[in-house]
Design a protein around this ligand. Structure first.
Ligand SMILES: NC(=O)C1=CN([C@@H]2O[C@H](COP(=O)(O)OP(=O)(O)OC[C@H]3O[C@@H](n4cnc5c(N)ncnc54)[C@H](OP(=O)(O)O)[C@@H]3O)[C@@H](O)[C@H]2O)C=CC1
Ligand SMILES: N[C@@H](CC=O)C(=O)O
Length: 417
C-alpha cells in the first residue's frame, strides 16, 4: 500500500465514526478520503453530506476502489462479518471493536495470515494510548514481567464521580453514557466484560496468548459500595478496576481483571475520570507508565487515525510472540483479597488459605485473606448477596509456603494459636 492513496469505506458514524470523519478533515496531508459511510438507521440526522451514507454494506465491501475498511460499529457479530468479508475482498481493515476482536481472535488471525493484509486495532485497547503497537514493537526482546492497567474509561469515570463528587451509581453511569464513553450495552463496561476483552487483546500482544473471557477471572465495579470507598479512604487507598498479567517464576502468566485497592504511590492511583493508565514492568527497563484518554470521540479517533496513517507504509502486526514463543496462562496462584459481606453464611471460610483480618462496621462485615485463584474462578459466591471482592495491593502470590512457615513460627512463639 506504499504511496497508494487510501480510499476508505467507513462503517459506523457514532461517537468514534463521526470523530474520525472530523479528524480526517483536519489532517489533509494523510491523503486518505472517505468514499462511503455505512450506518444502520437511514433516518438519523448526520453531520456530513447525505450522499456519503448508505445502509447497504456491500456498496463498501465490494467497491474495488475502496482499499481500506474502517469498522467502528457497536455490533460485534456484524463487525466480524464486515472485517472478514473485507479481508476476503482484498481490503485492509482498521477496527475499534474490542468485543468482536476478542471473541473472534483465532479466526481473525487465521484470515489475516491467509490474506496477508493489514489488520490494525489500536483503538480497541485503551483508546488513545498506543499500547498495542508498543507491546508489539518495543517489548519483543525484553523480559516482560507484567502489565497492570486501567483499561476501561467508563468505569474509571464512574468510580471517580461517585467517590470524589458523591454522584450515585446511576447518575455517574448516565453521565458516562452521555459523554460517549460507555458501550451501547453499558453492562459490558460495568460488569467488566469490556476490560476483560481488552485484557485478552493485551495478552496476545504481550505474551502471544490466545484466550477468551471464559478462561479469565474477571468482574466489574457493580458491587463496589460507599462502605468500600470509606474503608479505602481510611487506609489512604483508591479503588480501581485493574487488568493485570504477571509472569510467575514458572514462566507462566497469571492474569485477571478485578477491582483493586491501589496505594497513593501506585501510578494507577492518580488516573481519574475517563483516563486509562498502563504500567509495564520489564527486566531491564523496570517500570514504565503510559497515560491517556481511554474513551471518547476524538481520543479514540486519534488511534484509528494513527492506524490509517500506518497503512501508508503497509504496517502490519507480526504477532511475533504468538509465532515464536507463546507463553501459557496459569490458574496456579493465590490472590490477596478484601471481601465485604452481610452474613458469614454467604462466605465459604474453609476455601481461604488464611483469613488475616475481620472487621465489623455499621453496614456489615469485611475480611481480608488469601484464596486460590481457582476458588474464585469456579464459583460466584463473591458476587452474590451484596458481597464485594476487591484485590489488595500486590495481590498475586505464587505460593503459600512462606505464609505457612510464618504462621507456624508465630504459633510456636505463642503469638497466635
Ligand atoms: N466510544 C468510545 O469511547 C470507544 C468505542 N470503541 C468501540 O468503537 C465502536 C463504536 O463505538 P461508538 O462510536 O461509541 O458507538 P456508537 O453507538 O456511538 O455508534 C455506533 C455506530 O455504528 C452503526 N452501526 C451499528 N450497527 C451497524 C451495522 N450493522 N451496520 C452499519 N452500521 C452499524 C450505528 O449506526 P446508526 O448511527 O445508524 O445508529 C452508529 O453509527 C464500538 O465497537 C466500541 O466498543 C472503542 C474505543 C472507545
Ligand atoms: N466503553 C469503553 C470505550 C472505550 O474502549 C470504555 O469506557 O473504556
Amino acid at each position: 500500500m506504499n504511496n497508494k492513496k487510501l480510499v476508505i469505506g467507513l462503517f459506523g458514524f457514532g461517537v468514534v465514526g463521526e470523530g474520525l470523519y472530523k479528524a480526517l478533515q483536519q489532517t489533509p496531508t494523510l491523503q486518505a478520503t472517505i468514499k462511503k459511510i455505512c450506518i444502520k438507521d437511514p433516518g438519523k440526522k448526520r453531520a456530513a453530506p447525505a450522499s456519503l451514507f448508505t445502509t447497504d454494506r456491500d456498496e463498501l465491501l465490494y467497491d474495488p476502489e475502496i482499499n481500506v475498511i474502517v469498522e467502528v460499529i457497536n455490533e460485534a457479530d456484524a463487525a466480524f462479518h464486515i472485517a472478514s468479508t473485507a479481508f476476503l475482498n482484498g481490503k485492509a481493515v482498521v477496527s475499534a471493536s474490542k468485543k468482536m476482536i476478542a471473541e473472534h481472535l483465532t479466526k481473525l488471525l487465521e484470515l489475516q495470515r491467509q490474506v496477508d493484509l493489514p489488520f490494525l486495532y489500536e483503538a480497541a485497547a485503551c483508546a488513545s494510548i498506543p499500547v498495542i503497537r508498543n507491546l508489539e514493537e518495543y517489548y519483543d526482546n525484553d523480559l516482560l514481567h507484567g502489565i497492570r492497567a486501567i483499561v476501561n474509561g467508563s468505569t474509571n469515570y464512574i468510580l471517580t464521580r461517585m467517590f470524589e463528587d458523591k454522584l450515585t451509581f446511576p447518575e455517574a453511569l448516565l453521565s458516562a453514557q452521555s459523554l460517549g464513553f460507555a458501550e451501547k450495552d453499558p453492562t459490558l463496561d460495568v460488569q467488566g466484560w469490556d476490560a476483560a476483552h481488552k485484557c485478552c487483546i493485551l495478552l496476545m500482544h504481550a505474551y502471544g496468548i490466545i484466550t477468551s473471557t471464559d478462561h479469565l477471572l474477571f468482574n466489574g465495579i457493580q458491587n463496589i459500595s460507599a462502605q468500600d470507598a470509606k474503608v479505602a479512604g481510611e487506609k489512604g487507598l483508591g479503588i480501581k478496576l485493574v487488568a493485570q498479567a504477571r509472569k510467575l517464576r514458572s514462566g507462566k502468566i497469571a492474569a485477571c481483571v478485578l477491582p483493586q485497592f491501589v496505594q497513593a504511590s501506585d501510578s494507577l492511583h492518580f488516573v481519574r475520570n475517563e483516563f486509562n493508565g498502563v504500567e509495564i514492568e520489564s527486566h531491564f527497563a523496570d517500570k514504565q507508565f503510559f497515560y491517556g484518554k481511554g474513551a471518547g470521540s476524538f481520543p479514540t479517533a486519534s488511534a484509528v487515525l494513527s492506524d490509517i496513517a500506518a497503512l501508508r507504509y503497509d504496517y502490519k502486526y507480526e504477532y511475533k510472540k504468538l509465532h515464536q514463543a507463546p507463553a501459557e496462562l496459569t490458574e496456579e496462584y493465590y490472590l490477596k483479597v478484601y471481601v465485604r459481606f452481610q452474613h458469614w453464611k454467604d462466605i465459604p471460610k474453609q476455601k481461604f488459605e488464611s483469613i488475616d483480618e475481620v472487621h465489623e462496621d455499621g453496614k456489615g462485615k469485611y475480611l481480608t485473606g488469601l484464596i486460590h485463584y481457582k476458588e474464585l474462578k469456579n464459583s460466584d459466591w463473591w458476587k452474590l448477596n451484596h458481597t464485594s471482592l476487591i484485590l489488595l495491593p500486590d495481590a498475586i502470590e505464587e505460593s503459600v509456603e512462606i505464609r505457612k512457615i510464618k504462621k507456624r513460627s508465630l504459633e510456636l512463639g505463642g503469638v497466635v494459636s
